[in-house]
Design a protein. Structure first.
Length: 297
């Protein structure tokens, strides 16, 4: 088959267009702000959120409780309070593969498992490493039956199976302050250094992290949490009051939101969660609320 200059130009144009589409920034369009539960008890310094197309969980950290909202066609129900004696200071939240909730207690440094209604199921007990008792979780992510744990005391990431047994561990770089981890669909693990705004990664067969972007202080101040979704990484810039989007190769794809107190602005954000139906929920800590956004392109 003869390849003409014109056909090459057309192919190049298609490839460039595809690349541009992939790098197109994602926008956050404000939908609503959540300030209280069904009994009009106000939220106080919420730090965590976990969401799906059918539910939103809020870690109402200052009130030492959880609040559950059901979602129907994108609409939220009135929030139901859930308090557990085993969870004294909820911070980071994740949903598991069965719809149960998993929460990090910021005071006891324990990871607590609950069912879909918020009933206590158990505590994640790390097994299979000699110094398991010294593990201090700073964050975690769930992918199927696998739990990825950021051990801030041991400066490492532990990969746990459904029983809590460590199947893999990766040492983190010796400098920096690692604030969160994320896992993409290919099983690549990402770790973000909040102090240096640096991104590191390790594919599913790697034995060590390699740097993706050495430093992005010109793009963000202090990335405190991170979400991997649909070929992108969303980093919550806690001190810079914004959300930065990167490609999985670390390429900068844009920044959303600004500091403020009105709807759609944020003040000391902490955790972000995304749903398959294109919604985003952000714990807006110092505004004592959670904000809901729709993602736009």
């Amino acid at each position: 088959m003869t390849v003409t200059r014109a056909s090459l130009m057309v192919s190049l144009a298609v490839l460039l267009a595809a690349g541009t589409a992939r790098a197109e920034p994602v926008g956050f369009m404000f939908e609503q702000a959540i300030y209280q539960d069904a009994k009009e008890a106000p939220l106080k310094r919420p730090e965590g959120v976990a969401c799906s197309d059918t539910v939103l969980w809020v870690a109402d950290t200052g009130n030492q409780r959880l609040v559950s909202f059901s979602r129907t066609s994108g609409r939220l129900s009135l929030g139901t309070e859930v308090k557990l004696t085993q969870l004294t200071y909820p911070t980071r939240l994740q949903l598991d593969s069965k719809g149960g909730l998993v929460a990090l207690d910021g005071k006891t440094h324990k990871i607590i498992r609950m069912d879909a209604k918020g009933v206590y199921v158990g505590t994640v007990e790390v097994k299979g490493v000699a110094n398991a008792s010294s593990v201090v979780p700073g964050s975690f992510k769930i992918d199927g039956d696998t739990l990825y744990l950021l051990d801030i005391a041991g400066r490492r990431v532990l990969v746990l199976d459904a029983t809590g047994t460590v199947s893999r561990q990766l040492e983190l770089p010796k400098t920096g302050e690692f604030t969160d981890i994320a896992v993409d669909l290919a099983g690549t693990l990402y770790a973000v250094d909040g102090v240096n705004a640096a991104l590191w990664s390790a594919d599913k067969n790697a034995t060590a992290f390699t740097v993706v972007v050495k430093g992005m202080k010109d793009k963000m101040n202090f990335p405190a949490s991170m979400v991997a979704s649909k070929g992108k990484l969303f980093l919550v810039d806690q001190y810079g009051n914004g959300v930065v989007t990167l490609g999985i190769d670390g390429s900068y794809q844009g920044r959303q939101l600004t500091m403020g107190w009105t709807d759609g602005t944020i003040y000391y954000p902490t955790q972000l969660c995304l749903t398959e139906d294109g919604s985003a929920f952000l714990a807006d800590r110092y505004n004592n609320r959670v904000q809901a956004f729709s993602l736009t392109r």
